[in-house]
Design a protein around this ligand. Structure first.
Ligand code: ASP
Length: 348
């Protein structure tokens, strides 16, 4: 797991966001309140300029579509500007530059950095050399805190629509639980709630790291391994599926995991009596024929929440920037106006 300093300060003004462990229940609720506040701005019904003049340095050394674009959209929607670099090829790291030098240099050009890197602990290394707050957008198989925050936020609102709460819910988590960093962050963040039952299923050799299971159990949650996906679904309010992180494993590990056929599809859900279940996935899903992932044949089921997760990603990331840069709800309100143009909104 991520090689983080043992005690991370709570996330707040001028602070890095490296791990979900920087939240408690109150600070999580404060972030969610800010996310609620900026919804009309995210939906482009209102325009906000609270970050006028601020510059985001967006550094992605691993593939990304929604995390990078939603962080960048979030910053732009708050009136800031974005500078970006993707991959190693076009950065001076290809010339042997260290993380520390890159971080010090780019942080001198920015007010906040968002960093994704393939190595666990690497974003913390960026943070140590940066002169501005660094937000972890995924460090190898370590953590992905902004994804866990948007997952929790989405899960909370999906359960609320069904008159349920996160406290006491049952969540099936299925797929590659070893290398899937979103799962590590989500289980830890959900551990802030009370009395959760986690039912996990993973293929052999892709099991949840014991440290993550221990983290949840030590906080009073119930976590059991299921033999099959169908078993994991028993009594679950929600299923969270993940892709096999092929880029993080050797051919031998992949072969021993023996991943073939759909991980989760309509037939499996119907057979388990779970056709109404809330369905979540951090995306991307592998939509090729028979891939070991969430099948597209679930897309018209009522609980499908994967695109509400991606939409909520913008709100949550706006709230993260507002927090790190010390912008209060009042500052946001004072710099927000109705949009002057007419647009056909596609948000539900
Ligand atoms: N987008 C998520 C991540 O970056 C999930 C995935 O790639 O499978 O971790």
């Amino acid at each position: 797991m991520t090689n983080l300093p043992t005690v991370l300060p709570p996330f707040g003004v001028g602070r890095h966001l490296l791990s979900v462990q920087q939240f408690d229940r109150d600070s999580l609720q404060q972030l969610f309140d800010l996310a609620d506040l900026v919804r009309p701005i995210a939906e482009r019904r209102q325009i906000c300029t609270v970050l006028d003049g601020a510059v985001l340095g967006s550094l992605f050394f691993e593939p990304s579509t929604r995390t990078r674009l939603s962080f960048e959209s979030a910053f732009l929607r708050l009136g800031g500007e974005v500078t970006t670099t993707t991959g190693f090829t076009f950065s001076s790291m290809a010339k042997g530059e260290s993380i520390a030098d890159t971080s010090r240099v780019v942080s001198g050009y920015s007010d906040v950095l968002v960093v994704r890197h393939p190595d666990e602990g690497s974003v913390a290394e960026f943070a140590s050399a940066s002169v501005v707050p660094v937000i972890n957008a995924g460090d190898g198989a370590g953590e992905h805190p902004s994804q866990a925050l948007l997952d929790f936020y989405t899960l909370k609102s999906e359960l609320q629509r069904r008159d349920r709460s996160v406290d006491g819910c049952t969540i099936a988590i299925v797929g590659d639980l070893k290398y899937g960093r979103t799962v590590h962050s989500l289980i830890k963040l959900l551990s802030l709630a009370q009395g959760i039952t986690f039912r996990t299923y993973s293929p052999p050799s892709l099991e949840l790291p014991p440290e993550v299971a221990h983290y949840a159990r030590a906080r009073g949650h119930h976590l059991t391994d299921a033999e099959t996906v169908a078993d994991a679904l028993i009594g679950a309010d929600v299923v969270y599926a993940t892709r096999v992180q092929r880029e993080r494993m050797t051919e031998e590990v992949l072969a021993s995991a023996n991943v073939s056929g759909n991980l989760l599809n309509r037939r499996i859900l119907k057979k388990a009596g779970a056709a109404e279940i809330i369905i979540m996935h951090p995306l991307p899903r592998d939509s090729r024929m028979d891939s070991f992932d969430l099948s597209n044949d679930v897309d018209d089921l009522p609980g499908l929440s994967i695109f509400r997760q991606t939409d909520n990603g913008v709100l949550i990331r706006m709230a993260i920037f507002l927090t790190a840069l010390g912008c209060s709800a009042d500052m946001v309100k004072a710099t927000t106006k109705q949009r002057p143009w007419d647009a056909t909104l596609r948000w539900p």
